[in-house]
Write a protein that binds this ligand. Sequence first.
Ligand code: UDP
Ligand code: MG
Length: 331
Amino acid sequence: MPKKISIVIPVYNESGNIITVHKAIHDFFSPLPQYAYELIFVDDGSTDLSVSEIRNVCNQHNNVAYINFSRNFGKDNALMAGLANASGDAVITMDADMQHPPTLMNQLIQEWEAGFELVYCYRDKKNQHTGFRSQIFSRLYYKCLNTLSDLNMQEGVSDFRILDRKVVNAIVAMEEDNPFVRGLVHWVGFNQKGIAYTPEARLSGDSSYKMKSLVKLALNSITSFSTKPLNIAIYLGFFFSLLSIMYIPYVLISKMYGVAISGWASVIVTIAFFGGLNLMILGIVGIYLGKSFMQGKKRPKYIIADSNLNTVHETKFSRTELFETRKLKIN
Ligand code: UDP
Ligand code: MG
């Protein structure tokens, strides 16, 4: 029996790319009879024609499945839905926009067969197409993430990876609200390996990640894996208390000897500085409080509006036992 590989592709307004990405994957697996593959498109509330494009492909190929969310829940939740419903011995996750070259799956599968349970692709530093500014931001981000959390993530790591069934099961078992999949796959451990790659240009459409959502992602990822930012308040508090202990005698002695300390500018600067600092610390505490609030609600990570997964598993692979355990659920 051939080994089965599932490909999970999150889709958000990618109507121009569905046919191409499916064809590339189909062509890749055609000369490889030792592998059966299933392709799962997870539509993350697209507002363009992505859903009908995906349905067309599904109608023509019975190893292609779709999961349609009831609205946009974000790429990470789309990946979680794909992983939860994939039935392969290994799962490859990749973007829909052809930025992840499908031919690279060859190397991913080879490394997986060699015994690595997680093989991920990271942007090759030598062939960066990005501007200087985003390279600086990227370096800063990974530096912060790795210093503040206990993760040791490779700079430029992408969502193009292969996960062994063991890793998939570990990830799917996580009940984390707002999951950061790139961090979670590192956090679970196992035998991991990185492969450098050069991302292609986006085939069609625009990237959904603008500066604002990147900042949101950075804050979410750091606060998902570390509580160290909460300690900042303690250290700063100690530092400034110490400083003021030294400053207070100076003020008192000056007053006793009648030396006037000129005031306005220094008072305003101090108030503005500590006002800003207080708000920043309050904001950090707020982020953690918010996360804990959202987690406490135990809302589902995503809501599936529609899917053909049951039929795909039944007809093509008749793996009833898998079908039974993976029945569509609101997860
Ligand atoms: N995506 C998604 N939900 C979103 C945003 C993006 O499923 O809310 C998908 C998108 O369709 C693509 C992948 O995530 O397959 C990566 O998105 P994009 O290319 O916009 O990001 P970038 O390559 O700029 O990091
Ligand atoms: Mg992209």
